[in-house]
Design a protein around this ligand. Structure first.
Ligand code: FMN
Length: 185
């Protein structure tokens, strides 16, 4: 598939915690996604963005770089841990830096936790991404960090494939829709 046709997918790695598990989870998922011929993967690791501690009047260069990357992408996969039945503050901070740039694009999730598979984090994110006029994927990857097998089991690969199949379908359908008629919002 040529570069024009392949879907531009941004994988957002949401944890910036020291000693995070998220880096390894993200690396596994990105390697899985890059084996497909129908997507181009851009990694947006929030560790690589030096965001300000307080929301400034004017966006900083890191904020602009993040929202420009969101704008360029046609679909997203958010890699998120669960913190106290939700997702981490680092991720909310970044999501809030863009608005129109998210609109009319699909979002899939890779979640993980030690007491759950990150399900509460994903449900909280669905609500946020609904506000941003995105479409969230029904199926995702949920990883139990305490299971001993970490990420990358056969079941995780199957789940990642199913989620990316849905994401690719929506991504191409919405790409076409955007060229046909302006979005209503
Ligand atoms: C503040 C905090 C809250 C947490 N709350 C939950 C939780 O509600 N459910 C869960 O399954 N795991 C919870 N955990 C465990 C994390 O999912 C686990 O530490 C994971 O490694 C965090 O992702 P990270 O290492 O990429 O930051 C919590 C961890 C932290 C640091």
């Amino acid at each position: 598939m040529d570069e024009e046709t392949r879907l531009r997918v941004a994988v957002i790695i949401g944890s910036t915690r020291q000693g995070r598990a998220g880096g390894a989870v993200g690396e596994w998922f990105v390697a899985h996604a890059r084996r497909r011929g129908d997507v181009d993967v851009d990694v947006l690791d929030l560790l690589d963005f030096d965001f300000p501690a307080r929301l400034p009047h004017e966006p900083t260069s890191a904020m602009r770089r993040f929202s420009a990357s969101v704008d360029r992408a046609e679909a997203f996969v958010v890699v998120t841990p669960e913190y106290n039945r939700s997702f981490p503050a680092s991720l909310k901070q970044a999501i809030d830096y863009a608005y129109d740039e998210w609109q009319t694009k699909p979002v899939g999730f890779v979640s993980y936790g030690t007491r759950s598979l990150g399900t509460y984090a994903v449900e909280a994110l669905r609500s946020v991404f609904t506000e941003l006029h995105t479409v969230t994927m029904r199926d995702g990857v949920g990883i139990d960090l305490l299971s001993g097998e970490g990420q990358g089991s056969d079941a995780h690969h199957r789940a990642a494939t199913a989620m990316l199949d849905e994401l690719a379908w929506w991504g191409l359908a919405l790409r076409e829709a955007r060229t046909r008629r302006p979005y209503v919002a």
